[in-house]
Design a protein around this ligand. Structure first.
Ligand SMILES: NC(=O)c1ccc[n+]([C@@H]2O[C@H](COP(=O)([O-])OP(=O)(O)OC[C@H]3O[C@@H](n4cnc5c(N)ncnc54)[C@H](OP(=O)(O)O)[C@@H]3O)[C@@H](O)[C@H]2O)c1
Length: 264
């Protein structure tokens, strides 16, 4: 496979190039802010983007305007509804994959919090914290937002109505069903997310800590490999992991519920 990398001079870009070469792929075009966006589309099988919202927009607009048929993996975060509309437009002609977090473990956590939000009612207050290095520009992180949206969906709630991003001064009492976010931007933290379900008598906390950005780069290269086999459309990490996870989860719970006291 031959790929282009958008954001090639960045921290993520460097890891994507390394991960692609390790997989035996050729990195044909390395594009950053000093290059012309059209270079991305020169003689490759897929594009991987870890840049910034402005560059992602330019890439999508170019692909749409020039009817490009090269699959695109988008890891850039801080994207708006306008970007989603552009991705949907582009995905009519080509497979497009987007995920604010390319870690497989985060996919597992996303599934776990969905199940927990289904099992626990809104008496359990949900709080999501994200901690990242001081250079990160968007807040809350795309991952924190994704997890919050998963919980809102599991509860049948509109995310915009139940999410609370700002607490300062005299604030009203917590609303039932509210999903609270808190953000730390400090030091050199790669990315930590903590999701808490806080009840009257007991709490559950799930924490994910990324130790290296390399994990996201490897995930994006695997996603590109998978995307090449998909028909045109807009895909997320859920689609990527579904084939693998759904049979696994079904069998997991079958085994779990058939366990007996005297099982060895
Ligand atoms: N989905 C995930 O799993 C995941 C994981 C980690 C990070 N991210 C996201 O990935 C993105 C990049 O992160 P990073 O840590 O690699 O950032 P970074 O080190 O700041 O790198 C940004 C890259 O984007 C390029 N760029 C900036 N403006 C551009 C423009 N107008 N046109 C073309 N290229 C442009 C920069 O090029 P110059 O060097 O020329 O400025 C650089 O190569 C962020 O949105 C981050 O949140 C996602």
């Amino acid at each position: 496979m031959k790929i282009s990398v958008l954001g090639a001079t960045g921290a993520m870009g460097g890891f994507v190039i390394k991960a692609a070469l390790q997989e035996g792929y050729a990195v044909e075009n390395k594009v950053s802010s000093k290059d012309n966006i059209e270079n991305l589309f020169r003689d490759v099988d897929a594009i991987i983007d870890f840049s910034c919202p402005m560059a992602t927009e330019a890439m999508l607009r170019y692909a749409i305007a020039h009817d490009m048929h090269i699959p695109i993996v988008i890891g850039t975060t801080g994207l708006s509804k306008m970007h989603i509309a552009l991705m949907k437009d582009c995905a009519r002609h080509v497979p497009v994959f987007t995920a604010p977090n390319m870690s497989f473990l985060i996919s597992i956590i996303n599934m776990a919090v969905y199940a927990m939000a289904k099992l626990l009612d809104e008496d359990y207050d949900v709080e999501i914290m994200d901690i990242h290095h001081k250079l990160k520009k968007d807040a809350p992180s795309g991952t924190a937002l994704m997890l919050g949206k998963t919980i809102a969906k599991a509860r049948g709630r509109n995310f915009d109505e139940v999410s609370d991003f700002v607490r300062y001064g005299i604030i009203e009492q917590r609303r039932r069903g509210e999903i609270g976010f808190s953000v730390q931007r400090c030091g050199n933290v790669i990315g930590t997310h903590e999701i808490s379900f806080m009840g009257e008598f007991e709490n559950i906390k799930i924490t994910h800590e990324a130790h290296s950005k390399e994990i996201f780069a490897r995930g994006s290269v695997q996603a590109a490999k998978w995307l090449l086999k998909q028909p045109n459309g807009l895909y997320t990490m859920n689609d990527f992991t579904k084939d693998l996870m759904v049979p696994m989860v079904k069998s997991l719970y079958k085994d779990f519920f058939t366990r007996r006291l005297d099982d060895k």
